[in-house]
Design a protein around this ligand. Structure first.
Ligand SMILES: NC(=O)c1ccc[n+]([C@@H]2O[C@H](COP(=O)([O-])OP(=O)(O)OC[C@H]3O[C@@H](n4cnc5c(N)ncnc54)[C@H](OP(=O)(O)O)[C@@H]3O)[C@@H](O)[C@H]2O)c1
Length: 329
């Protein structure tokens, strides 16, 4: 099969299409014929040599996909050859075939095509697990989403809005903030011109913050938290080492949590995928949460797709297609 790897660490042009052996589904795994995958920041870090795949994961890039079931490994029940699916992966999505633990498969939400479905697993699982399962966002609470126009941000805004939270978001341009407002953000903050701590302070503080910046925003995120607020750090675009004022946390009875989805055990990923299919897919199927696909391009244009993400020239997700889209596209 064809797959995309980065044989040597480097810039976007390090990505190379190669012929590799077809993966075989092991016990409990399903072989998926990939129709679409999508670009994640972790892929750009992996390409640069800064983020090794977890032990046992494929060297082929790609943390999510959509497609059709091509074969079932020993002991798999509940799925049939030919089913349309999408999946959370530990790697291997930039390819024509991928073997995935059955628990990480999800059905394609009603009325979505496979390009749209390929854009969803990573954002849906990340946002549901962090904002709702871990931080426990409640209806009526205030959520601050940093990087609101990105893949994670566009999904988090819609999901939190649909579930009754008041959503604040940051982005770097008026155009991106307008998109965020259209998706349901109640308050938009241009981080180049405004101080999000001041905006949140006037509103009573953030009950939950979903943060992509890490160290750069750590002190100000703590300042922006409400009493009993929960800061969930999922990205380190602003560095890994910052200073944390424990006195401020203590007075606010607040929490700082950092998580990475990729390294979680298979059983935890399966629990997240099942929760997403149960709680999130109905909102997608009824149109209250929609996939935001900036563009879809063939897999062999992966270098261009990575460049686009690194320049932040996109809104929502950048999808890569394998050419196996069939009638569903
Ligand atoms: N921990 C996990 O399990 C997990 C899973 C998935 C993703 N992530 C992380 O989540 C983050 C978002 O992922 P993604 O796929 O949504 O990436 P993305 O689409 O590239 O979105 C990142 C966004 O950050 C914005 N941004 C850049 N500097 C900013 C700043 N100073 N303040 C606020 N926003 C800023 C960018 O656009 P503008 O600056 O133009 O507004 C961009 O829209 C990444 O760091 C990724 O690694 C973590």
């Amino acid at each position: 099969m064809r797959a995309v790897i980065a044989p040597e660490p480097g810039g976007p042009d390090a990505l190379t299409v190669v012929e590799v052996d077809d993966p075989e589904p092991g016990p409990g795994e399903v072989l998926v014929r990939v129709a679409a995958t999508a670009v994640n920041r972790a892929d750009t870090l992996q390409r640069q040599g800064h983020y090794r795949p977890p032990p046992g994961a494929s060297e082929v890039l790609g943390l999510e996909c959509s497609g059709t079931v091509a074969a079932l490994g020993e002991g798999v029940t509940g799925w049939s050859v030919g089913d349309e699916v999408c999946a959370l992966l530990s790697g291997g999505g930039y390819a024509e075939l991928v073997a995935v633990p059955a628990g990480q498969l999800m059905p394609v939400p009603d009325d979505l095509d496979l390009v749209q479905a390929g854009s969803l697993p990573e954002v849906a699982c990340t946002v549901w697990s962090n904002v709702f399962m871990i931080a426990g966002l409640q209806p009526g609470e205030r959520l601050l989403v940093h990087g609101g126009a990105g893949g994670i941000g566009t999904f988090a805004i819609q999901l939190a809005h649909a579930l009754g939270a008041t959503v604040f978001t940051t982005a770097g341009s008026a155009e991106k903030l307008a998109v965020c407002a259209d998706l349901g953000a109640d308050v938009t903050i241009n981080y180049r011109e405004q101080d999000f701590v001041e905006v949140l302070g006037e509103a009573g503080g953030a009950d939950v913050i979903l943060d992509n910046m890490g160290a750069k925003y750590l002190p100000r995120n703590v300042d922006a938290l409400a009493t009993e607020g929960r800061l969930v750090v999922i990205g380190l675009q602003g560095g890994t080492k910052g200073e944390l004022d424990l006195g401020k946390l203590l007075r606010k009875r607040a929490a700082v949590i950092a998580t990475a989805l990729r390294a979680r055990p298979t059983a935890e990923k399966a629990a997240i995928a099942a929760a997403v299919a149960e709680h999130v897919w109905p909102l997608v199927a009824d149109g209250r949460v929609r996939p935001v696909v900036h563009t879809a391009m063939p897999l062999d244009r992966a270098p261009e797709a990575h460049r686009l993400m690194e320049e932040s020239g996109h809104v929502g997700k950048i999808v890569l297609t394998t050419g196996a889209l069939g009638a569903a596209s």
